[in-house]
Design a protein around this ligand. Structure first.
Ligand code: HEM
Ligand SMILES: *[C@@H]1O[C@H](CO)[C@@H](O)[C@H](O)[C@H]1NC(C)=O
Ligand SMILES: *[C@@H]1O[C@H](CO)[C@@H](O)[C@H](O)[C@H]1NC(C)=O
Length: 323
């Protein structure tokens, strides 16, 4: 993926993205809504801010929603579509793994439809809401180019493309590589697990019958095994925070990995594997470096297989494709 930026002045930055897989050139711009819906950033910021004031745990939901959206069918809001009698959507996959925050997107969309009907895509709202969730949780602020169109496909079977929490580092590197990411970018994006929780069902395979030679995953700290087991004693849906500060965007996640207290196999493997260990050590030591690399990788993730022009539409209701 090649990104070249041409600066036209203080406000207008034109970003041209040449998709590695797409048929042509996708044009996203920082100032995409400058003439057609100038309040877009403010509306989404306020909506996300108010929602997080009421429930700070929703920041994690918004960030994860953007990831799932982009990894399936490109960043096209396919993740928001409700199932219908003829179609079981992505949302209803077991791999939807408890996505949260749909109401925040609906709320922002309703306000934007009132101000500038038919202009702002749901895909852009998801991308901007994730950006604001990172910032309001104490993470970096980054600008993103806009102009994504909403897709018309959302199928449960597509969720097979999401990485499994049981993946090891080489499997993660390969999966992210298919989307054009380096191993380092995969590690920095995993740093999003500085926010939120995993449910027992996502890690219990580490606690018994782990493999042919170990009952318990040997990469977990022995005290942390007790913590995870304690969580699982409350059932499959019991929640385990990824780090000590589940609502703060910081580098505590990487320090948890150094303490062998990563929650998922796909977390702890980043330290175990020599291919990624150096990056984990660097982010654990240097939060500013984590923040800088994270924003770059999020901007890149937000351009995955983006639809433009007639490839997509502006949905009027984020949960339904237009008739
Ligand atoms: C590296 C591969 C990844 C795997 C295998 C993975 C897997 C998972 C799993 C299994 C959960 C817990 C779901 C549950 O039990 O309810 C989770 C949560 C989460 N993931 Fe990932 N993830 C990955 C990468 C990412 C990326 C790239 C992002 C965003 C940039 C992200 C953001 C999140 C967030 C914020 C949560 C917490 C959600 C909440 O508390 O509601 N993940 N992830
Ligand atoms: C996730 O999928 C399950 C079925 O596996 C479904 O019951 C649940 O409603 C879905 N969650 C969301 C938020 O759509
Ligand atoms: C990662 O998992 C794959 C598939 O199970 C396996 O072939 C490979 O040997 C594993 N790599 C490491 C380093 O454990």
């Amino acid at each position: 993926m090649a990104i070249s930026a041409v600066v036209h002045g203080p406000l207008l930055t034109l970003v041209v993205i040449v998709s590695r897989f797409g048929a042509g050139v996708v044009g996203l711009r920082m100032d995409y809504y400058f003439m057609t819906c100038p309040a877009v950033d403010q509306v989404i910021k306020n909506t996300v801010f108010n929602a997080l004031q009421a429930d700070p745990t929703l920041a994690a939901g918004l960030v994860r929603m953007h990831f799932h959206d982009c990894f399936i069918e490109g960043c096209d809001a396919s993740v928001l579509i409700d199932s219908t009698k003829d179609n079981t959507a992505e949302k209803d996959s077991p791999a939807n793994l408890s996505l949260r925050g749909y109401e925040i997107i609906d709320d922002a969309k309703q306000q934007l439809e009132a101000q500038c009907p038919g202009v702002v895509s749901c895909a852009d709202i998801v991308a901007m809401a994730a950006r604001d969730a990172v910032f309001f949780s104490g993470g970096p602020f980054y600008e993103i180019p806009k102009g994504r169109k909403d897709g018309r496909r959302s199928k449960i079977m597509d969720t097979i493309n999401l990485p499994s929490p049981a993946f090891n580092a080489s499997q993660l590197i390969r999966t992210f590589g298919l989307h054009g990411f380096t191993a380092q970018e995969m590690v920095v994006l995993s740093g999003a697990h500085t926010l939120g929780v995993a449910r027992c069902s996502s890690f219990k395979q580490r606690l018994s019958n782990f493999d042919s030679t170990h009952n318990v995953d040997p990469s977990i700290d022995s005290n942390f095994v007790k913590t995870l087991a304690g969580t699982c004693s409350k059932g499959d849906n019991a929640e385990q925070p990824f780090d000590m500060t589940r609502n703060d965007f910081d580098n505590a996640y990487f320090n948890a990995l150094l303490n062998r207290a990563g929650v998922l196999t796909s977390d702890q493997t980043l330290l175990t594997s020599t291919a990624t260990r150096g990056v984990v050590n660097a982010y654990a030591m240097n939060q500013a470096m984590f923040f800088l690399d994270f924003q770059r990788a999020m901007v890149k993730m937000g351009t995955l297989d983006v639809k433009e022009g007639v490839q997509g539409e502006i949905r009027s209701d984020c949960r339904r494709i237009n008739n």
